[in-house]
Design a protein around this ligand. Structure first.
Ligand code: NAP
Ligand code: ZN
Length: 352
């Protein structure tokens, strides 16, 4: 693990609670920016990684990829930001920079493998990367974002993952005025998807299995709410949507949602990773030129575009600020869909 020089919060095994630990941050190289982390959002992917839901977690693991903070040091060749500026880091801290994906600002699809902000392989040290549940981070300037000055800093943090993950499919499938968009699941990603789709001018419907979230969904910008467990409500939106963004983290039946796509509509899975159960029925897809697709976060240029759009439209996340020491309880609440609508850690609590 190198020479520990930074306070962090992480876990030693899938079953263990997160606790305070020391990690190593590399010395700032000519292209690096060092950021004092002020706030870090809590993504469901943090929980999946801490508990090894996807396999492949290297321990100890320090999650956190919705990072905002202040620049404390810059390398000699850095031009993007200077000491004292606010800065943000999302899910990516490296990629090859030369493959076809990287050349097209799609670092998240780097053909040689992107470097994740946590549980990735640091290009400089070859050791694993540690995320934002920590005092500071050192990142190549290419992967550091500028924060619009008018936005609340803590509420901006979730834009770095929940925001860009929903923005990227909205842009790729060209959502705009007149588009009919539906979002499945009102959590961190879902609530940002509503705000961003609405900001782009779409008509937005929320699919939720949790009665009681309707009022919030409308307040966040949804035009309608459909309770997905109510067959009657589901049949009323048959054939309606151009694009559905499905944020559900666990295996679930997507066939009822495909039925609500318009001809040539697309359902984009951004939540669940793995085989679908029950199996996907291709009949309605073939008869209606419908597609089921996936999408991974977004590239750096697209992330900056999303942040700038949020600055112009005053869009931030609805957050509940927690102390670092409350993270284990926050994970339990996230599993019960009891998040309104993103936990953000006040990193000052780590200094206590
Ligand atoms: P979250 O805040 O926990 O929200 C997920 C929402 O899905 C819940 O609020 C709930 O909404 C619904 N839901 C939860 N469990 C469900 C179940 N068993 N069946 C049906 N609906 C369920 O999570 P998040 O942070 O938004 O993340 C969502 C997923 O996206 C996670 O799996 C995460 O790892 C993944 N992710 C993917 C990317 C990517 O690049 N593709 C990026 C970030 C995160 P209702 O109560 O409204 O039903
Ligand atoms: Zn995330």
């Amino acid at each position: 693990m190198g020479t520990p020089n930074t306070k962090a919060f992480g876990t030693a095994s899938p079953e263990a609670a997160l606790q305070q630990m020391q990690i190593e941050r590399r010395t700032v190289t000519p292209k690096d920016i060092e950021i004092e982390i002020l706030y870090c959002g809590v993504c469901h992917s943090d929980l999946h990684t801490a508990r090894n839901d996807w396999g492949g977690t290297i321990y100890p693991a320090v999650p956190g990829h919705e990072i905002v903070g202040k620049v404390t040091k810059v390398g000699a060749e850095v031009t993007k930001l200077k000491v004292g500026d606010f800065a943000a880091v999302g899910c990516l801290v490296g990629s090859c920079g030369t493959c076809d994906s990287c050349q097209h600002d799609l670092e998240q699809y780097c053909l040689n493998g992107f470097v994740g902000t946590y549980n990735g392989k640091d290009k400089h040290s070859g050791t694993q990367t540690f995320g934002g549940y920590s005092e500071r981070i050192v990142v190549d300037e290419h992967f550091v974002l500028k924060v619009p000055a008018n936005l609340d800093l803590a509420a901006t943090a979730p834009l770095l993952c929940a925001g860009i993950t929903t923005w990227s499919p909205l842009r790729h499938w060209k959502v705009g005025k007149g588009s009919k968009v539906a979002i499945v699941g009102l959590g961190g990603l879902g609530h940002m998807a509503i705000k961003l789709a609405k900001g782009l001018g779409a008509e937005v419907t929320l699919f939720s299995r949790t009665p009681g979230k309707e009022k919030d969904a409308i307040r966040l910008g949804a035009d309608a709410v459909v309770i997905s467990t109510d067959a009657d409500q589901m049949s009323k939106v048959k054939g309606k949507f151009d694009l559905i963004i499905d944020t559900v983290p666990y295996v679930h039946d997507v066939n009822p949602y495909v039925a609500t796509l318009n001809i040539s509509g697309t359902l984009v899975l951004v939540g669940y990773l793995g085989g679908l159960e029950p199996i996907l029925n291709t009949v309605p897809m073939i008869l209606g030129r419908k597609a089921v697709a996936g999408s991974l976060i977004g590239g750096i240029a697209e992330t900056q575009e999303m942040l700038d759009f949020c600055g112009e439209h005053n869009i931030v996340s609805d957050i509940e600020i927690i102390n670092m020491q409350d993270i284990n309880e926050a994970y339990e609440r996230m599993l019960k869909s009891d998040v309104r609508y993103r936990f953000v850690i006040d990193m000052a609590s780590l200094k206590q």
